[in-house]
Design a protein around this ligand. Structure first.
Ligand SMILES: Nc1ncnc2c1ncn2[C@@H]1O[C@H](COP(=O)(O)OP(=O)(O)OP(=O)(O)O)[C@@H](O)[C@H]1O
Length: 225
């Protein structure tokens, strides 16, 4: 068995809106193995994105612990969380969120530059990963000049370029047609296996979930056995 990179203990998240409280996550317990791709599935509104945001330190749990490589993330200051995200995490969303005024290369370089990597090295790493996602001849194109599948491959390159330990992906192929989704996922999966990156991926798509190392289902605010 691989090492456990992430442990979630008794995690809850209750939203309070106009004095009405809604318990969305009611005691999530989860252990994520290093180097594996875990799919999180569950009905619409079951709390998948809420869980992913909390794991990415973008939202605070109501209670519970998130232990990443032995360190509790829940009590970090906002600055420490931002530094943690820059160094350790990569994010991929359903919509690519690339910056329209920047080229594919510049978009991919950005997380490394923010993390303090010298420009020359960031450029080299970005060119290398863009080649791996099959976009060597598109590095100077802007997002508006790329197809949907190409944009999503740039977003994947951006998430992986700074070699994060953990990639959090929310419906990463949800905006693509079925055959494009399958080929983009296949590429993503082979890249993360090569880099031994851990991935947690929210998906509605059962055919993609089946291709992951593990599938967990959220039901009634807990992980279903
Ligand atoms: N900021 C918020 N304030 C109040 N309620 C919220 C907030 N964000 C999410 N919720 C509620 O939490 C529940 C879970 O939402 P979440 O987006 O995590 O579900 P999901 O499983 O990702 O859904 P989908 O598959 O439709 O994307 C929903 O009922 C939603 O209305």
């Amino acid at each position: 068995m691989s090492d456990i990179i992430l442990k979630v203990k008794n995690l809850t998240r209750t939203y309070i809106e106009d004095k009405v409280s809604t318990a969305v996550l009611k005691g999530i317990n989860l252990e994520i193995e290093e180097g594996k791709i875990t799919a999180i599935t569950g009905k619409s509104g079951s709390g998948k994105s809420t869980l992913l945001h909390i794991l990415g330190t973008l939202d605070k749990p109501t209670s519970g612990e998130i232990i990443f490589k032995g360190k509790d993330l829940t009590n970090l200051t906002n600055d420490a969380k931002a530094a943690f995200r820059n160094k350790n995490l990569g994010f991929i969303y359903q919509f690519h969120y690339l910056l329209g005024d920047f080229t594919a290369l510049e978009n991919v370089m950005l997380p490394s530059l923010i993390g303090g990597c010298p420009e020359k090295e960031a450029r080299k790493k970005a060119l290398n990963i863009l080649e791996k996602v099959g976009l060597k001849d598109r590095v100077d194109f802007h997002p508006g000049e790329l197809s949907g599948g190409q944009r999503q491959r740039v977003a994947i390159a951006r998430a992986l370029c700074h070699n994060p330990d953990l990639v959090l992906a929310d419906e990463p192929t949800g905006n693509l047609d079925a055959s494009n989704a399958a080929s983009v996922f296949e590429l993503f999966s082979s890249l993360v296996k090569e880099k031994k990156t851990t991935v947690i991926m929210v998906t509605h798509d059962e055919s993609l979930a089946k291709l992951c190392d593990r599938k967990v289902v959220i039901k009634d605010g807990v992980i279903e056995d």
